[in-house]
Write a protein that binds this ligand. Sequence first.
Ligand code: FAD
Length: 258
Amino acid sequence: MSTKPAKPTTLVTVTDTDRLGPAMLRVWFEGDLAAFEGFDDTDRYVKLLFTPDGSPNLATMAEGERAAVRSYTVLELDVAAGRFAIDFALHGSGFAMLWARDVAPGATITVQGPGSGYAPDPEADWYLFAGDDAALPAIRQALAALPDDAVGHAVVQVGTAAEQLPLPAPRGIDVRWLFRNEADSGLSAAVQALAWRPGRVDIFIHGEAQAVMQEIRPYLAGQGVDVRAGSISGYWKRGLVDEEFRAWKRELAAAEAG
Ligand SMILES: Cc1cc2nc3c(=O)[nH]c(=O)nc-3n(C[C@H](O)[C@H](O)[C@H](O)COP(=O)(O)OP(=O)(O)OC[C@H]3O[C@@H](n4cnc5c(N)ncnc54)[C@H](O)[C@@H]3O)c2cc1C
């Protein structure tokens, strides 16, 4: 049995923070980003490493302890300048969210990766993007990489209208915002209400796992979409911390594999 080599780790330093809106904070990092070279996919991400009690200071871990990991999309990457940014959804609790909320320039953290898996297929007939706050950075990056004549839909769910962020997209992409405080019908219902276009669709749908994996994915499979060819998965799950969510996801994959 072969084991995958561990992804490289890089110590990075916070240089700045920008409040993008009431519930989104951009944190800028610098470091030697040689390991990031060649990661051009729009969903490229790193794992932030914390001690099991949520500190970024891994030197305090006991021998044999495993770091807690939290995945985040890499934005504004400039390998030569050694710079990138992460947009953190300020969702309420959790190691990563609390660390970002309180972080100041000069703080350091270890990141592992990057990894990646999706970039828009320029040959697709149309595009379908959907997700919530956690997927908004990756959706924004994908929309910016689309051909000018791209057509399709982007549906993004955030807490309130004040949390909308600039989301540049080609004219043919219909961008729709959903607001949880207005008791919207939910991401899944919004996707199911979209007008289906002819031809091959390129799909990128991420966010809360129940909506994405147990509502939207089966719906799309029922529409005859090859869901394995699309990028569709949960980024987090309501009521579960990330370790519990990843265990849930593994069990779901095992059950689906039969
Ligand atoms: C490939 C990938 C890329 C991602 N990119 C981003 C990104 O760029 N920006 C981003 O903000 N997130 C992103 N996420 C999601 C992020 O990894 C999770 O939200 C993660 O759980 C946050 O860790 P935490 O320590 O703050 O909270 P946890 O300790 O994991 O969870 C604490 C509590 O908060 C809840 N919770 C977790 N995330 C959310 C959320 N987004 N909204 C509401 N409640 C939540 C949990 O259900 C739990 O009850 C990405 C995930 C993946 C897999």
